[in-house]
Design a protein around this ligand. Sequence first.
Ligand code: FES
Length: 940
Amino acid sequence: MRRAAASLLRYSAQLAHQHAASTSTAVQAAACAGSSRWFATNSHDIFNTHRHEAHNNWDTEFDFTDANYEKVAEIMSRYPTNYKASAVIPLLDLAQQQNDGWLSLAAMNRVAKILDMAEIRVYEVATFYTMFNRSKIGKYHVMVCGTTPCMLQGAKGIYKALKEHLGIDYGQTTPDGMFTLGEMECMGACVNAPMIAIADYTKGVEGFSYNYYEDLTPEDTIKIVDTLKKGGKPKVGSQHRSKAEPAGAVINGNMAASISLSEAAAQLRADLELLDASSKEAAALLDHAAWSLGQLDRQVAPMTARTAPLARARVNIQAAKASSEEVLDHLDASRKLQGTIQAGPRGANLEPFLAALQRLEAAIDFLQAHRSMQSAEDALRHTTALQNSALAACAAEFGVLLRKHAAIPEALLARLRSAAEARSGGRAAVGSSTGTADAAAPAPLDLLPQAALASLRPLAAAMLGSGGSSSDGGRSCVRLYVEARSGVLRSALSSLLSPLSSVVASAGSSKDGTAQLTWQHVETRIPGWVAALRLFVRLAQEEARLCTAVFPAPEQAAVLSQVAAGGAAPLLEAADAVLAVRRVPEKLFGCLDMHDATEAALGPLQALAVGGSRLEHRSMGMDRPALVRQLAQLRGRLVAEARSCFSELQDALPRDAAKGVPGDGTVHPLCATCVALLKRTLGYKAALPVLFGEAAGSTAARGAGGLAAEAQMLDRMAAAVGHTLDGLLSALDTKARATYKQRALAVLHQLNNLAYLCHALEGSKELRAVGEAWLEQHQGQVEQQRQAFIEAAWGPLLALLRQDARQAVPANLQSDKAARQAIKDKWTAVNKALGEAQAQQGWAVPDAGLRFALKDAVGEVLLPAYEAFFNKYSGKPYTSDHRKHERHSPADVQALVGDLYEGADGAGAGSLVGRSPSKSPGSMSGGSLARRLSGRGFTP
Ligand code: FES
């Protein structure tokens, strides 16, 4: 019994397999018959795949009828509003019923819209469930159950009967549009198998029916469809029984009303035997197939054994062939590439030329590694020669391109030069230099056009890449580039540097010759050097950009370092010459100008970075120190020289003071010169750290090392200023005492000098900031000096008048000859003193305030005393000729006082600084600092 059941199952599986195969074949045939490209896996897919047709496309419309909209509302009311998509299947079913049994695109879209669903979601449902038809079908959709129980009970006969009677196969519709034949899986009516289901779409939604017809024989089936065709109503359900019951069944396509147990058993036995026979036949077939496969395997084995070595040999031959082709290719490389190399690397040929060069290098590598090969040596020699020739051509083209663009366009150069000169032009700009050479990347100057860069870069890469293959290790491009670009820099700087360079050159190249230069030769050329340095910085920034564009990263820093060093050489040489010039006080300002420019240049140059390295870092194998280090050293030397010049200045002022004094006692010109020099010195922002920092060139010297350091520097500067002023006053005083015959004039000169310096410090923000203490100390001395002068100039006369005032006029003058003579002697002395005092009218006090103060002071004490003296003796009988003795009336004396200290030409009231040296009793000529600086912006 168990064996019989197993046979039955195997039979069932075979039938199912056969059915599936036949169905699939039918479907594929149907699919291929269509003009559209589509696929199906079972009969229902014919209905589930969309095809644009006249009655089913984007423009087709569909909407539910009003009556059906009521049904829609009723259906949707079954579900929560937030789950209304759950109504998709019932609504699709309703739409299909309304739409004659199929779902158009428009119908699905309408359902999607009603349910707020994405259209694709509705398509997914409609194409998943087989009860939905996506293509137009007949009015009656006849579906045959094809599942195992129905198949066992004769479903295949039912299908065959329908196919022949209606003239259609699965998935097809009768020409009159009445029937469409379809297949279904088990519909749960197996007990009454075989069966079919028919969907009736002839009466819309209201009349729609979906009925099962069971216990079918082929004849029953034909009768059913015929009845439907005629508009009749065939019997629904079992065609032969009143319900599902064991009695009766369709046997061999005929309905047996009832069978006995023995008949059923006989039937079962017959079925089992049939299954057994089928399984035996299948087993025999499988055994035969296994035997055939074994035979085939045995026949193929020797062939496999023979073909394996052949396959290996073929691989080896192919490898050998490729290898020999490579060898021949390398051996023949020089001949093949000779034409390309000879054409040179110019213009459009650059790319193929460089490719050929690369190919040559590969060939050389190969040939060197395979020297033992026949002909390898010859080939290597030819190839190497051709490579050298190619590298020489690269170098030539590289040089041509560089030379072609070696001159900066004149208009651009003039603009750059003007910009550099504008920043250095004028004393204020020089003195207030703040190092405006920007560290930020400036705009490109395009000194090498893009087209040239596009050729230079691959040429440089090719030459450097040749490395040890070329005689110079590929360095010729670096040498050519450094020569060309440093030449461009030197040429650009030449017009600014030439005034200085030419005067240096004319002095001779030897150290002695340079030492013969005087500062007067060099001084006016310093702004040119400063402008040249600024122009150099601007161009060096451009050169950094060009180095980056031309050379690979590992080379960039080295190349830029050499270009910059070569370009800056004339600047450094000129600076050396300036430093070697004999030291004079005014050289201080040239050193400060150059120091400021150097300081300003260092920032941008230190910031220049190419190829991952900064310009300052290394000299890249050169003997000379790196440019940044050279400039830093120059800055230190300039600081040292500036300090020496300042010391020289402090020494020169007293030295010059010993050479003469002005004749009228006015302010010595050196006072004005001293003030102008100090003011100009303090006008430099860098003066404080440069002259009074901790050490020349040190960080403390160059920048503010904190408030304490700055305060310390200010103290040093104040001490230096005080020392300079005191030294000058002292020297002038000494000279005045030795030179002036009248002590009063020497005192007046001292007074004038002191008052002038105090006044200058009071009126100068820069000087007052560092000279406050000195001013406080010396302002009081002005009054003391004024009193001293009045005493020296008027003391004797005032003493005489005061002494006389204490004596009464003798009563008997007419008889007292001695008394009369005494009075006459007094008049003689007074007249002599007043006569001498008239010389003071030629003395000069240029400070108007001081001049009036002096006059007031003299008048205050002299006029009352003289008037009393005059009135005391006027009309007294001490003489018969009063006019002879009483020469000056009080009014005359008052006029005399009013004209005092105006100077011989009245200039004392108009100029703070005194008289022409020609009026001086001592020598004012011959190399004085004041005379040298006169007219060069140093006079107040
Ligand atoms: S197999 Fe046909 S209804 Fe079950």
